[in-house]
Design a protein. Structure first.
Length: 412
């Protein structure tokens, strides 16, 4: 009797996962219909302050800095870097950038105050005080962007006179623009763990974003790859100060801006983040931080995430049924749906060629993700930048300091 129950349960969960994959495919199909592709009037080019908190040297960090200095943007913009100490190893790289691009307004702010558990948000508060302009773009230290990045992001804020008359258009003011991203592994010698993480970003994480948008009729959160907003919208949402204890500050910022009555847009601009060449410890720490951060940010949705692992559930159904013929049919459908999502989202939407290289790793990636999902309910600790924190309702409290994990980054 128990065996039959397990067999039936795993089969139902696998079918639920297949349905989720279909929703992800529908979300991918609609991507270019709901994504912000508008082009503003040529005269719309507001001044922009780019805020980049840094700590230590990240992989491909300097090339990311250079990409921000090579923008084809008709307006003025400044880049404000923030460090907790002028002894930070990133400071010489910023000074090098200032010498290489003297025409760009590049400033370095020493953020001496620790306003909360999150050193990153604490620094952002102080950087915002030093920023000059109304439009703010916040992104991670290692983000690499195209020359049209600022133009495409800021165009989403442009007022359009025909919006109010277009059927079905949400006429709320845009308060945040965020952007999809892909994870780039090292060009040579990329290890298994970094390849698994990059594969998950393109075929799992962003598929979840598209599905959430499909089910909820829009997105109401931000992605750390790009958080573009205005001082006005940020002030209406309570500012940055309330976020100094949060791990998922990017998610929280988007939620609060949406709750303040603004619209969150997804830009038609895919940026790149670098994925370190992890050892197993670094990979596990980073994945658990993501998992527990998501668990606390979207509690009910995270519980429901368990149904999305169609491939592991289908394999479990094969074992539970004693490898019955019907279970192989179910497994074939699950594999087909999972590969279809990986190719449609990872290659079709995000243009990530690494997905083709690592497609054979999908089953291993999904089993790891399933394991991290289960494990995330077993505790409330996360490791971030060499420090161990307790996480409760998204808020951090420091526990201990340990040896730094080189493969990790300051921003999830």
């Amino acid at each position: 009797m128990l065996a039959n129950c397990i067999e039936g349960l795993t089969a139902l969960l696998a079918l639920g996962g297949i349905i989720y994959m279909v929703l992800a495919l529908l979300g991918a199909r609609d991507f270019h219909r709901f994504v912000c592709t508008r082009r503003a009037d040529p005269g719309y080019a507001p001044n922009i302050s780019i805020l980049k908190p840094v700590k230590g040297i990240d992989q491909r960090m300097y090339s990311g800095f250079v990409s921000h200095c090579s923008q084809q943007y008709p307006g003025r913009y400044e880049i404000v870097f923030g460090v907790s100490s002028l002894d930070d190893p990133a400071v010489p790289e910023i000074e090098r950038l200032q010498q290489e691009f003297p025409a760009i307004d590049i400033r370095l702010v020493e953020c001496t105050r620790r306003l909360g558990t999150s050193g990153k948000v604490s620094n952002l508060v102080q950087m915002l005080e030093a920023a000059r302009y109304e439009h703010i773009v916040i992104n991670d230290s290692d983000i690499l962007v195209s020359p049209r990045y600022l133009s495409r992001i800021v165009s989403c804020f442009a007022p359009h006179s025909d919006e109010a008359t277009d059927a079905g258009v949400n006429t709320k003011s845009v308060g945040m623009v965020t952007a999809p991203y892909v994870g780039r592994t090292p060009t040579t010698g990329a290890g298994l763990w970094s390849r698994l993480e990059a594969l998950g970003i393109s075929t799992d994480f962003f598929a979840g974003v598209l599905t959430a948008r499909k089910l909820e009729g829009g997105i109401r959160f931000g992605l750390g790859s790009t958080l573009a907003t205005t001082r006005t919208a940020l002030a209406a949402a309570g500012g940055l100060e309330p976020l100094v204890e949060y791990l998922a500050d990017d998610y929280e910022m988007g939620v609060r801006i949406a709750q303040a009555g603004y619209r969150v847009e997804l830009a038609d601009e895919v940026v790149e983040t670098s994925v370190p060449n992890y050892d197993l410890r670094g990979f596990v720490d980073h994945q658990m931080r993501w998992a527990r951060s998501t668990r606390d940010s979207r509690k009910l949705g995270y519980v429901g995430l368990g149904i999305t692992f169609c491939l592991p559930w289908a394999i479990f159904a094969c074992v539970a049924s004693g490898f019955a013929l019907w279970s192989f049919t179910l497994l074939s459908l699950a594999a087909l749906a999972r590969v279809a999502v990986a190719l449609t989202v990872g290659v079709g939407v995000l243009r990530d060629g690494q997905v083709l290289r690592d497609l054979w790793l999908l089953p291993l990636r999904d089993f790891f993700a399933f394991g991290f999902w289960l494990w995330s309910f077993a505790g409330d600790t996360v490791v971030w930048r060499g420090e161990t924190f307790h996480l409760h309702n998204g808020r951090l409290s420091r526990l201990t300091t340990i040896a730094p994990v080189k493969a990790d980054r300051s921003v999830a």
